[in-house]
Design a protein around this ligand. Structure first.
Ligand code: CA
Length: 242
């Protein structure tokens, strides 16, 4: 199962893409335009993007370039134009593959699987069975972790600060749980990307964006950290506040 972002403005096509990808077992989100897509990719990076080129707000090729400025997520472009030059231009602009409309759900699923296999050799689908540092945080049946006033229950996926629930996104939770499993150790952003996101190629800023959301939810900021400390030039560590 992969998390797939469908970017398509036509509601009928969008619904049909979502249905056929969901049927294949993927977790599908959608955006109706280019800026919506960029927002989704920044907030919660998907495993792959299916990008329509005829979008209402930005030209699809420009959207593709903007996505590439943010991330190396595999992008499958859906184009109405069956034009060699156009397709070559898109592949050069960073598309991983393309589909010419109209295409069947089966064709989409097969292209997507191929792109995921090529781009995410260790991810997409297989349960993370390794123990220790290899598995996703919280996947190993660990017991709750208590760090000062912070309590993280990996099984229930609940975080409490001073007895109050803290609402986190899936990624924020995974990031916090991972840092908590390494309390007191500085962890590099690269390691966080490869172990929490399982995408070592993502921009390290992705980690910073999520860290800053986490800090806000934990009532702290980078200038006055309590739990989440940035060690300049090295990485991040979670500590028990004195
Ligand atoms: Ca369109």
């Amino acid at each position: 199962m992969a998390s797939v972002l469908v970017v398509e403005d036509d509601p009928i096509i969008r619904t049909s893409l979502i249905q056929s990808l969901s049927t294949c077992g993927h977790l599908v989100r959608s955006a109706p335009d280019g800026f919506g897509a960029l927002r989704e990719i920044t907030q919660s990076p998907p495993d792959a993007v299916v990008l329509d080129l005829g979008l209402p707000d930005i030209d699809g090729a420009d959207a593709l370039r903007m996505i590439r400025g943010l991330s190396r997520v595999p992008v499958l472009v859906a184009t109405a134009r069956d034009d060699d030059l156009e397709i070559i231009r898109l592949l050069n602009a960073g598309a991983d593959d393309y589909l010419v409309k109209p295409f069947s759900g089966g064709q989409l699923a097969a292209r997507l699987e191929a792109v995921l296999r090529r781009c995410l050799p260790a991810a997409a689908g297989a349960p993370q069975a390794q123990g220790g540092g290899g598995g996703l945080p919280g996947s190993g049946g660990s017991s709750p972790m208590v760090i000062g006033e912070l309590r993280i229950d990996p099984l229930a996926r609940v975080v409490q600060l001073a007895g109050q629930d803290v609402q986190l996104t899936r990624r924020e939770f995974d990031l916090l749980a991972f840092l908590a499993e390494h309390t007191g150790q500085v962890v590099s952003r690269q390691r966080i990307l490869s172990e929490v996101w399982r995408r070592a190629y993502l921009d390290e800023q992705t980690v910073d964006v999520h860290l800053s959301c986490l800090r806000r939810k934990l009532g702290e900021n980078a200038a006055q950290p309590r739990f989440l400390h940035t060690v300049r030039g090295v990485g991040v560590k979670l500590v028990c506040p004195a």
